[in-house]
Every structure is written in C-alpha cells, then in structure tokens.
Design a protein around this ligand. Structure first.
Ligand SMILES: O=P(O)(O)OC[C@H]1O[C@H](OP(=O)(O)OP(=O)(O)O)[C@H](O)[C@@H]1O
Ligand SMILES: NC(=O)CC[C@H](N)C(=O)O
Ligand SMILES: [Mg+2]
Length: 505
C-alpha cells in the first residue's frame, strides 16, 4: 500500500506534489520520489526516507514542470534499497515514468517473458519495474502519433498480462499522464480537478485526502479496469480497459491502511470505522451482556474512530489512556520486527490514572503480528489495571497478503492456525473480542451499499485473482519473511535516470 500521485497543471507541480505526498505518508515510510516533466526531459529525485527528508530545496527547485508524478513506498517486493524506490523510468517507447501501488502476483513469469519475448531487461527485483516494462512494451506496439485510444489499447493488454493488485500512474514524454486500476480494483485510486485562473488542473491519487489538501474537487474513483488519460492540454479521457471488470476492493484499506478522512469507492473511511466500532460493540453485548468493563481505551492512532463509537454503543466511558509520540511513524509498516517492537514503546506511553484499579477494554483496529497488543497489555498491567480485555475492530488476520500489503508469511501472523481464545491467551488478555467478518463487510456496506464484494484475503484466505496456490505462498514466505528481508537491501547499486545537472544528490 504505497501512495501514488500524478498532476497535470497549468503551473509548476513540484510543491503540490510534495504536499500530496506528505498527506499520503501513512501509506509508505521507506522511500519517497518525484519525477517531473519539463521541456522534453524527465527530472527525478528519489531516495530512502520520509518525504520531508528526501526533498530539500535544491531538489525542489530542480523538479521543474507542469506535469509530474510522485510515490511514497512501503515495499512488498524486492528490497528496501534506494534503487527500488519509485517512480521508475524507461526510455522506450517515447520515454515513460511510472509509480505503482500494489503487487503483481505473476511478476516472475512476466520478467521471464519480458526478457525472452519482449527483449527487455529488468534491473531490480521490483515488480513495479516489471509493470512499467509491460506497459512500455504494449505501448510500443502503437504508432508514433499516439492518441488516447492507443493508450487505452496498451492498458487493455497490460490487464491481460498482469495479475494481482495494481493502481499505477505514469507519464508519457510529450503526450500526457495516464493512470489505471487493476480489473478487481483491489488498490484504490481517485482523480479530481481544480479550476485556476490559468485553466484546469487534474490530480490522480491513491486517496481523496491528497486532493483535499491541494484544493482539488474529487471527481470519482477510477473504476476497476478503467484507465484515465490526461493529454498535454489537460483534457481528460477515460475508458474501461478490462474484459471482465468487477469491484473487489481491499477491505484492509478501511480497517487500517487509509486515512479516515479519505473517501474510497464512495465510502468515507471515517464512517466505515465508526460502523466497525458499533458492530464490535454489538458483538460484545451479545456475547457478554453482563460485562464489567469500566473504561474503553483506544490504541492510537488508527483505532480511535472505532473505539469511541464502540464505547458510546456500550455506554462505557472512553478515555485516552495512551499518549502517542507524534514524531514516530506507523510501526506496522516498518521493515523489520526488531524496529517494530522497539517503536511501540517509543511511540506509546500509558497514563497511569486511567488504568489504576480499573477493568479496561483496549481497542485496536487490528491484530496482525501481535507486536503492538502484547506490549500494550503489559503496559496496561504495569499501569495498575485490574483486568485487561482486548478488542480488535477487524477479524483475526490469518492469511498472507499478496496484493500490496507486506504480510508475506503466515507463520508471522499471530492468529494463523490459532483460535480467538488462543490468541487472547498468547497476548496476555483476560478476554478477547474480534470483529466478525460479515459484520466488517456490513460496516462498509452501511456507508456505501453499492459495495458488494471485498478482497478479504487476509481474513479468509480467498484470493480473488484465482492464481494463488500453496506453492506460491510457500515461495513468498521463504523469500520475504522477516529473516530473509534483513539479509538483502544494502548492496543494490542505484542505476538511475541522469540529468545534466551538477548537484544530483
Ligand atoms: O499486531 P501488529 O503487528 O502490531 O499490527 C497491528 C498494529 O499496527 C498498526 O498500528 P501502527 O502503529 O502501524 O499505526 P497507527 O499509528 O496508524 O495505529 C495497527 O493500527 C495496529 O495497532
Ligand atoms: N506497497 C506497495 O504498493 C508496493 C509497491 C511495489 N510492489 C513495491 O514493492 O515497491
Ligand atoms: Mg495502531
């Protein structure tokens, strides 16, 4: 779940792209990048780090132009090295740059095909470089005078070749900006416009919140399989490019990934999280009408919206018992378990008076590896809690994700192969409550009834692309578990786009 953004404007785009990336930071903290197009050249800055650390004034002044794309990365393939940060660039046809959110499930096969049939070389282990080259190859089949139809034909062939989850935004040198969404719409992407004195600007982004900050009006989500092409005059063209599109968006966006002030596929994430709190409250009242909970305490940040609603539904006091260090990022999307474990303590501190002698219900949006809840329960006990109950606004996470969330190893998921009660015992809770999967889906549907299906693979092990088997999952686990990840990453040389400027660093 990286963040992507693209902007075709009537004025320089660098600052607006920077601002958009800043509000998409929660989607990726490992690396950030921006590429703009100016007088027939692409200009690039990308590196490991947060947006504020990657772009300095000297980079910003170089990133000239009225067209550009940006990316914040949370790796789900390859390594965390700078060489795999995005956007990626390829010189043929025309000159192309692309930023991708998601994960291709047939990247290995495509890489083979690209080499042996399409005569293209992939220089990193990133699936996004693969996606760019498939798009490039398909676009190269069109003639030199590219029109929107040619771009859509190329996207149509990309959909036929690529499997998995992908939302991508790209620039075509001299022709315009294009974005496309996979035929199941697993990963989100929206677009919107802004009227200025000089004309209309068009922004494409992972989440609507990026549009808000730039003063853009949300037009709509891209439909599954649909592509948008914005030509150099800023004219918007859209077309459905998939043979059998059907909307099956990732439900984990609503649980954790997206910001609550975003609207995804017509559903306000704030609203879906409130409904999750209400549904979870119903379950607690159903299973334990005579409960003895004195206070409901959220685990900041993401669970706050659900926890407040849950407390009101139970008729129990809601209190902020943990203070969050605002300078520490999200722990779940950090690359290694050691770092994640250390960060929970650095990030959250208990306010003793909210715990002393009370039966507390701690609420989190989800329990994935169990890193957060184990430590938090211990902290609650150290702060003097009498009994510590734990509630998760999502069902047990039991299966790996293959569509753009870095949960590659079933063995690392605390609920894998365990019952709810067993997880409760393992994390040291006096009682545990999980959301029911049907209730989670209903929570989203209550906000947008048109949402019929969801990708719930982390909860039910059903992979909508139909290409995931045990062998695939075993290979993924072997290559991307925490131990494997710590071994790679640092040795990849950066082979990149060079411009004729002295200060490239
Ligand atoms: O069981 P775990 O493996 O610990 O993963 C789940 C936790 O990680 C996330 O928090 P995170 O700190 O990433 O972000 P937040 O501040 O948005 O809640 C999520 O909100 C849970 O708290
Ligand atoms: N989280 C994502 O969307 C990751 C995009 C891409 N698969 C990468 O690893 O860079
Ligand atoms: Mg959290």
């Amino acid at each position: 779940m990286c963040g992507i953004v693209g902007l075709m404007a009537t004025q320089p785009v660098n600052q607006a792209l920077y601002d958009a990336l800043t509000v998409l930071q929660h989607r990726g903290q490992d690396a950030a990048g921006m590429m703009t197009w100016h007088e027939g050249r692409f200009l690039l800055r990308k590196s490991n780090g947060l947006v504020r650390d990657v772009f300095h004034t000297r980079h910003m002044t170089r990133l000239k132009g009225h067209l550009g794309i940006g990316h914040v990365r949370y790796p789900t393939a390859g390594s965390s090295s700078e060489a795999e940060s995005q956007p990626f660039y390829v010189n043929s046809p025309y000159g192309l740059a692309l930023a991708h959110n998601g994960n291709l499930t047939n990247a290995d096969q495509l890489k083979q095909e690209l080499y042996s049939t399409d005569l293209r070389h992939i220089n990193t282990s990133s699936d996004s470089e693969v996606l760019l080259n498939v798009f490039a190859h398909e676009l190269g089949k069109q003639g030199h005078h590219l029109n929107p139809e040619d771009v859509f034909d190329a996207v149509r062939r990309v959909h036929r070749r690529c499997r998995g989850g992908y939302a991508a935004v790209a620039m075509i040198n001299g022709f315009g900006m294009v974005a496309f969404r996979d035929p199941h719409g697993i990963r989100p992407v929206v677009f919107g416009t802004r009227e200025t004195v000089t004309g209309q600007d068009v922004m494409i982004a992972s989440e609507s919140v990026a549009l808000d900050v730039g003063g853009f009006e949300l037009a709509r989500d891209l439909a599954p399989g649909e592509a948008i092409f914005v030509d150099m005059d800023g004219v918007v063209h859209t077309q459905q490019c998939a043979d059998r599109p059907s909307l099956v968006p990732c439900i984990f966006e609503h649980v954790y990934l997206a910001r609550p002030d975003s609207i995804l596929d017509g559903a306000y994430v704030y609203g879906t999280r409130m409904q999750m709190g209400r549904k979870l409250g119903d379950r607690i009242l159903r299973e334990w009408p005579e409960h003895d909970i004195d206070v409901v305490i959220p685990i900041p940040d993401t669970s706050r919206t659900s926890a407040l609603e849950l407390a009101q539904h139970l008729g129990v006091t809601y209190r902020e018992g943990f203070m969050k260090n605002r300078y520490i990022g999200r722990t779940f999307i950090m690359p290694g378990q050691t770092q994640r474990k250390k960060s929970v303590r650095q990030k959250l501190n208990a306010i003793d008076i909210e715990f002393a002698g009370k039966n507390v219900l701690l609420v989190d949006d989800s329990i994935v590896r169990g890193t957060t809840c184990k430590q938090i329960i211990q902290m609650a006990r150290e702060a003097g809690a009498n009994r510590v109950y734990f509630a998760s606004a999502a069902p047990p996470v039991r299966y790996p994700n293959v569509y753009g969330i870095d949960m590659p190893a079933a063995g690392e998921l605390i609920a894998h192969g365990r019952s709810e009660v067993e997880v409760g015992e393992l994390i040291g809770a006096d009682r545990i409550f999980y959301q029911d999967l049907e209730d989670l889906k209903d929570a989203c549907r209550e906000v947008n009834p048109a949402l019929e299906r969801f990708d719930c693979s982390v909860f039910d092990g059903q992979y909508v692309t139909g290409d995931i088997d045990d062998a695939y999952l075993a290979a993924l686990e072997a290559s991307r578990n925490d131990a494997a990840k710590t071994q790679d990453g640092s040795v990849h040389a950066v082979v990149d786009l060079h411009n004729d400027v002295e200060d490239y660093g």
